[in-house]
Design a protein around this ligand. Structure first.
Ligand code: SF4
Length: 334
């Protein structure tokens, strides 16, 4: 976790021993401060610790948190520090530095079309959703919404060439699996919007489809229970319908809150951290009469604790879109 030491130097605190999934556990502090140059060493120490002390007989217990539970906090911390110290002489790749030519005022390197302000309502909606003024006059940051957090190689190449055309030397990857342009000249936003809209991927959030946080699901993941993306797509459709009927209710704050609040995992392994989400949906199957029914339980976390609480209510998958809308209404998000 990012921090500063007593001298104001930037670095990280190192936590470990926690994790989501079955028997979720909170991580605890192992080292109060390391400089960025030791980040790779800290990660490597945990990998080696897990490699030599992880459970190799029971796959369900092959997680760092089970080692911590076995040894206790003090024992786990001591073991981790032993591994960390052992790597003192090991060389790791240097931390990359931000490009020295980074400059938000970099001139746009192509000729802007004459009429650059799009007239469609989608442009205004995108401005509200994706852009945020920085502390510098005439600059905004711009969020590129990556559907499902996935861009294939061709998609990355298309986006890279678009960014290059606009003279953008660097972007950031966000924890929501989106991409952030940290600073962009506001007078060029209309042209950027038009260029983004021309891409085959929906990077401007014209629909909720692909924007809800969903794991890869059981169609791909062999240990999964439910094919989560399919159900999240149905929820996205219900949200799109809702805002088509109530366009005035679509605000950037509301859309962002919805996206941040809903996480869907196809089993208890919590690959989308649904156990920490405002509403975390956990897929499983339940026998109702003679039929095995796809459905979800919900983890609630209204006060943003590290881990929420599971509600035993079973929501059949067919009822999920309506139930999500009612949960959002009850929480006064919709
Ligand atoms: S949450 Fe479960 S189903 Fe989803 S990717 Fe992780 S292990 Fe697979």
């Amino acid at each position: 976790m990012e921090t500063r030491n007593a001298n104001g130097k930037f670095g990280f605190k190192v936590y470990g021993g926690g994790g989501f999934g079955r028997n979720p556990a909170l991580g605890f502090l192992l080292i109060p401060f390391i400089p960025p140059s030791r980040l790779a060493r800290a990660a490597r120490a945990m990998v080696e610790l897990f490699s030599e002390h992880g459970d190799r007989t029971n796959r369900a217990a092959a997680r760092v948190r089970y080692i911590a539970a076995r040894l206790g906090k003090a024992g786990f911390k001591k073991l981790y520090l032993d591994y960390y110290r052992k790597l003192e002489k090991r060389e790791f790749p240097p931390v990359p530095t931000f490009p020295s030519d980074w400059n938000a005022k970099t001139a746009v390197s192509f000729v802007l079309p004459e009429h650059t302000v799009p007239e469609d309502a989608g442009y205004k909606r995108w401005l509200r959703l994706a852009t945020r003024k920085t502390r510098f006059k005439g600059e905004s940051s711009v969020r590129l919404f990556i559907p499902k957090g996935i861009l294939n190689v061709a998609g990355f190449r298309r986006l890279a060439s678009l960014l290059e055309r606009f003279g953008i030397p660097a972007v950031r990857l966000t924890i929501e699996q989106n991409i952030l342009i940290p600073a962009f000249p506001e007078e060029t936003l209309p042209a950027l919007y038009e260029a983004l809209k021309d891409l085959p991927e929906d990077l401007v959030f014209s629909t909720f489809r692909g924007q809800l946080d969903t794991c890869i699901g059981a169609a791909v993941c062999r240990i999964g229970i439910l094919d989560t993306p399919r159900y999240a797509a149905e929820v996205s459709g219900a949200l799109d319908d809702y805002f088509r009927k109530h366009p005035a209710r679509f605000t950037a704050a509301r859309a962002n809150t919805i996206v941040e609040s809903l996480h869907f995992s196809g089993c208890p392994n919590s690959c989308t951290s649904h156990q920490a989400a405002r509403f975390g949906f956990q897929g499983f199957r339940k026998k109702i009469g003679e039929t095995l029914v796809d459905g979800f339980t919900v983890w609630h976390n209204p006060s943003e604790k590290p881990i929420g609480k599971e509600d035993p209510e079973f929501i059949p998958a067919a009822e999920l879109p309506a139930r999500v809308l009612s949960l959002l209404e009850e929480a006064k998000i919709l």
